[in-house]
Design a protein around this ligand. Structure first.
Ligand code: SF4
Length: 216
């Protein structure tokens, strides 16, 4: 009886530690928590065929996001633009080049971070995503955040800030403070496109990057 009990405990420990049975290695006895790479791949595969909202009609490519699987910072923009729609990669146009300068100013490299958008398909004529489009797409971003566990999330612009912080406060009210989403610190700054249009926003962005650096 005691031998049987120990054998059962031994097998139970096996299951808990490895998810497999040593006695029957061909059988997976419980689901092992997937790694970030497979979680992100499954999001990318889903968005590739996604028709949850009307943006699927006009897109050329979906833009799921890209970067390190253990990023210090997850940068979140609004939506893909023309270059992103062409290439399927986030922030590769002029705004992307500018964002890379910000990332360097924060002492980081683009490849070490993760960059994504609130919606994964380009809105026609680069209009703002509609609320129903955001609502349809944000669950993909939430799954990416859950897989990546970034040290900090940096919202680029009003749309990303409102979507991730569930607020309608102005950027002026949201900047300069550390917020939280799912226990992860969140900072808010302007979208690089807005700063390219209005150089007066460069100084506040520099302040925001300094705040970001203090969290790393
Ligand atoms: S924007 Fe998001 S929800 Fe809409 S079709 Fe593209 S992937 Fe799907």
């Amino acid at each position: 009886m005691t031998r049987k009990l120990w054998k059962t405990l031994d097998l139970l420990q096996d299951y808990l530690e490895t998810g497999f049975s040593r006695e029957h290695p061909e059988i997976e006895v419980r689901e092992v928590a997937p790694d970030p790479a497979s979680l992100l791949s499954s999001v990318a595969a889903e968005v590739a065929g996604c028709t949850r909202c009307a943006l699927s009609i006009s897109r050329r490519n979906v833009v799921p996001g890209e970067g390190s699987l253990r990023p210090p910072v997850l940068f979140v923009g609004e939506a893909p633009g023309e270059e992103e729609d062409k290439t399927g990669r986030p922030f590769v146009g002029p705004a992307g080049k500018y964002l890379e300068k910000w990332i360097a100013a924060a002492g980081l490299e683009r490849a070490a971070c993760f960059i994504a958008n609130c919606v994964k398909c380009r809105p026609p004529q680069n209009r703002e995503p509609h609320p129903d489009e955001l609502a349809a797409c944000i669950p993909f971003l939430e799954r990416q955040i859950g897989a990546l566990h970034p040290r900090v999330i940096c919202c680029l612009g009003r749309i990303a800030s409102h979507a991730l912080l569930s607020t309608s406060a102005s950027l002026g009210e949201l900047r300069g403070r550390v917020h939280a989403r799912a226990g992860i610190p969140v900072v808010v700054t302007y979208h690089p496109s807005a700063v390219l249009r209005d150089q007066a926003l460069r100084a506040p962005v520099w302040q925001d990057l300094k705040l970001l650096k203090t969290l790393l």
